[in-house]
Design a protein around this ligand. Structure first.
Ligand SMILES: *Cc1c(COP(=O)(O)O)cnc(C)c1O
Length: 424
């Protein structure tokens, strides 16, 4: 099936007389005839459901659709994008380990890795998204267990050179984890460029309607854990907390990562997506391919308009020919990037504030990738924990406005921007 068809029909194929739409299995638990039947599930000897914290059919339908969309072998939903990135990293990193991450990533993920995971004894080296192969190699240590980046970074809008990052990660025997939230699998499938694990904040385009916070993790099934057994004992040696199962042996490269992540991390940390939210996410996925096309068209038109406006100092949008990431976008995002555009007002911080206040259609929100246009000044909101130095390094200087272009009529959107710029 092609992407457009998977968006609509992937993950769930009803049998004769079964519901056409995915059923919401609003049940915490599942009934069995014998203790032995249930015991097999606990031992991971049979697949099935016993408690929704571990697995739920509604969530599994939607996870299966996302796995198909990304071209992966297994996937799981989480309660949020934050949980997805934490689980993806923590599934293979422990106290004493080290991560190499692009510095151009979502502020929440930057904090997760640089503050919270550091407190857990996991160190990080941030590398610029533009780093050369040599510079990337230099960031690795013997205890490095994962490399991380975002296909299109939120909010810096840099484009990751996935192939290069994957090449370097693999040269050091570690997987590349790519947060594909902004591109979505409609725009880019990181596994085709060598990424091993993909994560999503489904809160963004996948849901697309600002209705439910959620996340997803997808495994390509390609990383050979046993070939790097000494680095990943959690996958390649018996899990005493799970009846001595060795995940990589029992579930192979296709299933080990997601099974361990579910059986251990979801069991212990419990960041499950509710079946109700998974249902809403699936409604979003059904139109993802149609919506992304319009988000990209509107985003491109707004970027071009702003780029030509005298009160705008610069525009970051990889769809613009003079954008430093244009060549990477042509390679990785040939069908368009996303609807998020960022720009700096010539009048600086002050002008940004006046501009934001003057908008009528675009609302000030800490959200992006919604059907409704919204905007944000990261330095004074989502990224306010960062120093000026860190803001610059993360590609979000103080005067930057991020605008997430929705699905409204482009003439109305540009009229709104024009009147707000007149006030600046
Ligand atoms: C929003 C976002 C996250 C965090 O997701 P939540 O669903 O808000 O927890 C992670 N990565 C990227 C790229 C995001 O845009």
């Amino acid at each position: 099936m092609k992407t457009n068809t998977i968006c609509v029909q992937g993950g769930y194929t009803p049998g004769n007389g079964e519901p056409r739409q995915i059923p919401i299995v609003q049940s915490t638990t599942f009934k069995y005839d014998t203790s032995e039947d249930m015991g097999k599930l606990f031992d991971l000897e049979a697949s099935g459901y016993f408690y929704t914290r571990l697995q739920n059919p509604t969530n599994d339908y939607v996870a299966a659709k996302i796995a198909q969309l990304e071209g992966g072998t297994a996937a799981m939903l989480t309660s949020s994008g934050q949980a997805a990135n934490f689980f993806a990293l923590f599934n293979i990193c422990e106290n004493g380990d080290h991560i190499v991450s692009s510095s151009s990533i979502y502020g929440g993920t930057f904090n997760l890795i640089s503050v919270t995971m550091k407190r857990m004894g996991i160190d990080v080296t941030f590398v610029p998204p533009t780093a050369t192969e040599e510079e990337l190699n230099a960031a690795f240590r013997p205890n490095t267990k994962a490399m991380f980046g975002e296909t299109i970074a939120n909010p810096a809008l840099t484009v990751l050179d996935i192939e290069l990052f994957a090449k370097v990660a693999h040269a050091h025997g570690v997987p590349l984890i790519v947060d594909n939230t902004f591109a979505t699998p409609v725009g880019c499938r990181p596994f085709e460029w060598g990424a091993d694990i993909v994560t999503h904040s489904t809160t963004k385009y996948m849901d697309g309607h600002g209705a439910g916070v959620g996340g997803a993790i997808v495994d390509s099934g390609k990383f050979d854990w046993m070939a790097h057994a000494d680095k990943y004992p959690g996958l390649t040696t018996p899990d005493e907390s799970y009846h001595g199962i060795t995940y990589a042996e029992r579930f192979g490269n296709e299933g080990a990562f997601i099974t361990k992540c579910t059986a251990q991390l979801m069991r212990d940390l419990g960041s499950i997506q509710s079946p109700q939210n998974a249902f809403l996410l699936n409604l979003g996925l059904e139109s993802l391919h149609v919506r992304m096309k319009r988000h990209c068209e509107n985003g491109q038109a707004v970027a071009e308009y702003l780029n030509a406006h005298p009160k705008v100092a610069y525009v970051n949008y990889c769809g613009l020919p003079d954008d430093p990431y244009h060549a990477l976008a042509e390679k990785y995002l040939p069908n368009g990037s996303c609807g998020v555009v960022s720009f700096g007002l010539a009048g600086g911080r002050e002008a940004a504030s006046v501009f934001m206040k003057s908008l009528k259609l675009a609302a000030i929100e800490t959200h992006v990738a919604d059907a409704r246009t919204c905007c944000l000044n990261p330095a004074s909101s989502t990224h306010r924990q960062m120093t000026d130095e860190q803001l610059k390094e993360a590609g979000v200087p103080a005067e930057l406005v991020r605008i997430s272009i929705g699905l409204e009529d482009i003439e109305d959107l540009i009229a709104d921007l024009a009147q707000a710029l007149d006030q600046c």
